[in-house]
Design a protein around this ligand. Structure first.
Ligand code: GLP
Length: 272
């Protein structure tokens, strides 16, 4: 995994927004995988600013969200569909018919999940999947124990996740117990994955995801198998990473490569 450590969540979010915006500019008809939660909020604000001030054009973009609570309709204030409308879609020029969020009120979930996967395939697959990280290291709602080959399906929320999300629902007893979520296998098929985690409370999950063993107990760790997974962290969430200094060196080389400053890296120079 390419690990980018920014000083704080603000610069990390701007960095993430730049990855998304660069793709939208390079490939206007791209397919974005989007995430909910507090982590991507500032990145979405930055995309809205880029749309308003720099004309970033979403008119040909298609989006697929990772997950949705079972039982919540699109107008329920805690539904992920409502979250996406409020925090992104209502403020950019994306076509409403090009935004897909799993339906928490589907009558036949097996069919709905199959169709969701088919839609992703029909759209050409996800170019870039944005991901947050649960405090137990889960991605989307792939709780500990989820198969690393899993597809979009129903998942029972872990008690840690229910506790984490109780603040949005006004109590643990009001949090839905089930969610419909893209699987780890679905996520790994995205061409690029962009994992974000900010704050000290995410430090153990970041450590386990980036430097721990690949295990279904920490579904984020499956990203180690991905060819193009990028983690953007702040110094607090990255504080438990053992190889921080090395990641900074890799980034410095990456910057030189991107700027075409090959000589400083010893590329093209003769050694005698
Ligand atoms: C939920 C979501 C995840 C999200 C996680 C972390 O479990 N299903 O997609 O990454 O919460 O949320 P937050 O960003 O609020 O810490």
């Amino acid at each position: 995994m390419r690990v980018i450590i920014e000083a704080d969540s603000d610069s990390g979010s701007k960095r993430a927004a730049r990855f998304l915006a660069d793709l939208v500019r390079r490939k206007p008809e791209c397919v974005l995988g989007l995430a909910t939660g507090s982590t991507p909020l500032a990145a979405y604000r930055e995309l809205i600013r880029m749309h308003r001030e720099e004309g970033l054009d979403f008119s040909r973009v298609t989006t697929f969200n990772l997950d949705e609570y079972v039982g919540l309709g699109p107008t329920h204030p805690q539904s992920y569909r409502a979250f996406m409308q409020q925090n992104l879609f209502d403020h950019i020029n994306i076509r409403p018919t090009s935004t897909f969020v799993p339906d928490g009120r589907a009558l036949d979930f097996e069919l709905h999940c199959r169709q969701y996967e088919q839609r992703i395939r029909d759209s050409g697959g996800i170019d870039l999947q944005l991901l947050g990280l649960g405090s137990d290291g889960h991605i989307a709602f792939n709780e500990p124990g989820s198969s690393l080959g899993s597809r979009t399906r129903l998942k029972t929320l872990a008690s840690e996740t229910v506790r984490d999300n109780a603040r949005f629902f006004g109590g643990e007893d009001k949090v839905p117990r089930l969610a419909v979520t893209m699987g780890v296998g679905t996520i790994l098929e995205s061409r690029r994955c962009l994992l974000l985690a900010f704050g000290e409370h995410k430090a153990p999950a970041v450590r386990d995801t980036v430097e721990g063993p690949i295990t279904s107990q920490v579904t984020g760790s499956a990203l180690q198998l991905h060819r193009e997974a990028i983690g953007i962290f702040d110094s607090a969430s990255a504080s438990l990473l053992v190889r921080r200094a090395y990641y900074a060196e890799v980034e410095a080389s990456q910057q030189l490569l991107e700027r075409g400053e090959y000589r400083q890296l010893g590329i093209g120079s003769q050694s005698t």
